[in-house]
Write a protein that binds this ligand. Sequence first.
Ligand code: GLV
Ligand code: GLV
Length: 380
Amino acid sequence: GKYRVVSTKAMPGTRWINLLIEQDCRVEICTQKKTILSVEDIIALMGDKCDGVIGQLTEDWGETLFSALSRAGGKAFSNMAVGYNNVDVNAATKYGVAVGNTPGVLTETTAELAASLSLAAARRIVEADEFMRAGLYDGWLPQLFVGNLLKGQTVGVIGAGRIGSAYARMMVEGFKMNLIYYDLYQSTRLEKFVTGMSGSSVKIYQLLTLILMLICFLFAAYGQFLKANGEQPVTWKRASSMNEVLQEADVISLHPILDKTTYHLVNKESLSMMKKEAILINCSRGAVVDEVALVEHLKANPMFRVGLDVFEDEPYMKPGLADMKNAIVVPHIASASKWTREGMATLAALNVLGKIKGYPIWSDPNRVAPFLDENSAPPA
Ligand code: GLV
Ligand code: GLV
């Protein structure tokens, strides 16, 4: 191959490798056994000639690595992740390296994990599993592992981008929860999901009351229809502040990016605003939550439950968290479905290849285009 592309980790599937090989690239995958590579390991891996790198969210892509990549003649870096808080994009720009990430292919998979954690927390699945395995089950009891019914409760979504919107859709459509969301921007993506199945019936009702005879008839018919279906329509709204979500929601799921503005977005004060029996889910980045404050809150409020996929100092947990029965913890696996991980690897390879081969670059001149449609659906 004419170009040398380095991947700091073995990635699933063969498609990503084949794409690169077919296009004149030699692919080198790091063979080190350690889970997390240091900056020095990566510099050694890049060597004196490296056209592009596929890296991981556990690596610190800052000034040191981008200057080394640029010295090796490299012009492209792609994170195999949608999040890029581990990448200093300004440093990359300074050294003429384009940066890519892998949005779209992990949206549904990640939202499904957030939904799984929501259900597991609501129904205390992990505690109950541990109880069973410990041989403690000695007969059905009316009060054994009583949890929360989600139907009719309110789900709060903080950060309504691709993942937050997909999660909202699942909880509203699947479990008939009411929705409140907070985002800096109005999310047409999310609102499109929910308008079809939501509180618009209330507006129809208000409109109809203005038209007399016909109304009475339609209203009665509509009432019959609802009764026949046994359903209350769900309601949804965009909150004017995050605090509104914290105060009103029964289940709150965090889906912002991590940057200076969202660091410790959920802290002692925000936790104190939540309902005593609320459920908090985090599949974004650990540092969005003040984990020390969270442990204190879990200790003081045994009915408050949390489902965490991410942690402030991965791979570590803050002291005390592992002992909390009201916490469910999983090791950053939200995007871990086979289809998604192969898709992420493919997108990362296409990002690097695109820059090397000089394919047209998407909107931001320094960001490599994801070549797949970001709304691309999983295969049937
Ligand atoms: C995973 O955390 C990702 O950002 O893709
Ligand atoms: C519980 O198992 C029930 O039958 O109510």
